[in-house]
Structures are given as C-alpha cells and as structure tokens.
Design a protein around this ligand. Structure first.
Ligand code: F6P
Length: 351
C-alpha cells in the first residue's frame, strides 16, 4: 500500500487535529495509508510513529491540541550538536513514506525545505494563531485565538465600567499585531498597540482622559506581546536555548498599565491572556480552513507535487513553493482594517 507521513510541529494551534483528520480521510479515500510522527521533530529523531487508521482519527475534529503531540524544540539538523538529516531520510525511506506533510509555522517550513533539499519529498501546511506567515492570507488557529481574546475583552469591559478602571489586555502574536488588531476591533477596544505602529504614551493617555471627560471613566487597551515601548524595547519573558525561536515575549502589558495609570490617574489592571488563546476547540471557521488545507495537502503529497505549501489566497485554496513560506507578514500600516479601526475612534497611539 502507498504511504505518506504527517507531523505537527511548533506551538500548537486549534485546528491541528482537523488537518490531520482531513489528510487521513482524503488519503484513505485514495487508497493511501498515513503514518503519523509523534511530538514534532522529536518523533523523527527518536523514530516514534504510528499508522493513523480510521479509528485513530475518530472524534478529533472539535478537539484542541494535537493527537500527534508537538514540540518547538529538537532541530533534526542540530540535535545535541549532530546533523541527523540523512539518518531521518533513510528511516522514512525504509518506512516507505513517499512524502512527509509538515503542519507547522515558519520554523517548521524551513525544516521542510531543508529535508526537500536532502531528497525527502515534503509538503507544508501553515499553522499559527499569530497569522504571521507571508505566503497565505490566513493560518488556521487565528480565528479561534481572536475569538478567545474578544471574549476576554467583553468580560473586561463590564468590570472596567463598574470600577471606572483602565483594563489592559496583553495578547499573543509574536512579532506581529494581528491578534491584537482583530480582537481589539471585535471587542470594542479604545486603544490597540501593536509592533508595527510605534506609539506614544501621551497620545494613548490623552484619548483615555478625553473619554473620562465625555463621561466614560473607563477604557480598554489591547496590546500585542511584541509591541515595543516608545524607547524601542521589546519585553522578553524568557529565553529558551534549545528552541528554534529562542525568545518568548511577555510583560509589555504591565509596562503599559503602570505608565497609563500614572499619566491618567485612573486605576489600572493588567490581564495577560497567554496560552488560553491556543487551547480548546477550534471555531467552525478554523475547522473548515483546516479541513480544506488537509485535503489539499494530502492531494499534493499523493500526486507528487512536492516542495509546496498549501495557502489561502483571495478565499481560494492554492499552493505556493515552500521557498516562499518562511517570510513573516506584518500588519500593513495602511491596511483597510487599521483604517477601519481608526475610523471608529480606536487609537494606535501614533496620532
Ligand atoms: O507562535 C505561537 C505563540 O503562541 C506566540 O503567540 C507566542 O509568542 C509563543 O507561541 C509562545 O510560545 P510557548 O508556547 O513556547 O510559550
């Protein structure tokens, strides 16, 4: 029987299971067996895999996380100082894997590219709640993350109003502000602070004070974890030595909360939303996008269209060369979404 492989790598995102399920279902319909590799690249290195039969994917569509496990550590080309690339290609050839599908972010796509160069056929599926991958209009997981952040804002709204406070919500997004931008609009934020638009504390404070004078002595501020202070500093929570992406951001919300309290005289509280944004059941939109991606990826693998990453372009599923995949996609300053936010009075702290 023909065989393809699949793995999930990097930080998890709601919808991973929906992709795995779609890959297995479409492959099985076409008479191809799917082998899953466990815990991201760790499964390739430690040779841990299992055949994904229909029973193994039953009931996983609405489940968060990934039945395969994932990891954002263990680089196959530099594992404890050794390059294991050729050994892994041999292992996969012995298993009869015709193509390996990588479901991951930019780091995983660059590993997929390196395996391709070593002679292992690969296909990519773009995953991340951050929505920051260049070659696609949207990654799966993003819609769920903005849903969680929006619910958090709705909840913060009522308590902010009751106590006449400023509520600062710090959301994820790495070096981009997609989650902050979209949840900020959906949740009726008064200020959205993102890495792509440098902000001034005075501008944000003036907006909050103006609201107070208009009889609204409370405000909601959403800040992306990657937003820089006016001095240009990013706030780093920790460094992880053996991770592909070593820096973990976090803490800018507290910096902003303290300063706004000082400048406005309004009591301020800070919420760091964290991994809640990545957990739990995917939204219907993410389940559908993940299923479309999974079916397309299975077909690319089975039809020997290797070295491609599935992508969403103008609402249609397509594929692009893996070489285009690793580019980060910042929020454009002049995007219509930013303009829309400004048109309903949201400040980005820049004007
Ligand atoms: O890329 C997804 C993401 O959740 C980012 O938004 C965040 O900066 C990072 O991963 C957190 O990583 P970890 O799960 O290693 O703490």
């Amino acid at each position: 029987m023909r065989r393809i492989g699949v793995l999930t790598a990097g930080g998890d995102a709601p919808g991973l299971n929906a992709v795995v399920r779609a890959v297995v279902k479409q492959a099985n319909i076409r008479g191809v067996e799917v082998v899953g590799f466990m815990d991201g690249f760790t499964g390739l290195i430690k040779q841990r895999h299992k055949v994904l039969d229909p029973a193994s994917i039953s009931g996983i569509l609405p489940r968060g996380g990934t039945i395969l496990g994932t990891s954002n550590k263990d680089n196959p080309f530099n594992y404890e100082g050794r390059d294991l690339g050729a050994d892994i290609v041999k292992y996969l050839k012995e298993l009869g894997i015709e193509c390996l599908i990588f479901i991951g972010g930019d780091g995983s796509m660059s590993v997929a590219k390196s395996f391709l160069e070593l002679g292992l056929p690969t296909v990519g599926v773009p995953k991340t709640i951050d929505n920051d991958l260049g070659a696609t209009d949207q990654t799966f997981g993003f819609d769920t993350a903005i849903g969680v952040a929006t619910e958090a804002l709705d909840r913060l709204h009522t308590t902010a109003e009751a106590h006449h406070r400023i509520m600062v919500l710090e959301v994820m997004g790495r070096y981009t502000g997609w989650i902050a931008l979209h949840s900020g609009i959906a949740g009726g934020a008064d200020a959205i602070l993102i890495p792509e638009i440098p902000f001034s504390f005075d501008v944000v404070a003036r907006r909050i004070i103006k609201r107070k004078h208009e009889g609204k002595p409370f405000s909601l501020v959403v800040v992306a974890e990657g937003a820089r202070t006016p001095e240009g500093e990013m706030v780093i929570a920790r460094t992880i030595a053996d991770s592909h992406e070593k820096l973990r951001l976090g803490g800018i919300g507290n910096v902003i909360g303290a300063k706004l309290e000082e400048l406005t005289g309004l009591e301020t509280r800070v919420t760091v939303l964290g991994h809640i944004q990545r957990g739990g059941s995917p939204t219907p939109y993410d389940r559908i996008l993940a299923t479309r991606y999974g079916v397309h990826a299975a077909n690319l693998a089975i039809d020997a269209k290797f070295g491609r990453m599935v992508a969403l372009r103008s609402n249609a599923i397509t594929d692009v060369p893996l070489t285009e995949a690793g580019v980060s996609r910042p929020v454009p300053h002049d995007s219509d979404v930013v303009k829309t936010a400004k048109s309903v009075g949201i400040t980005f702290g820049d004007e």
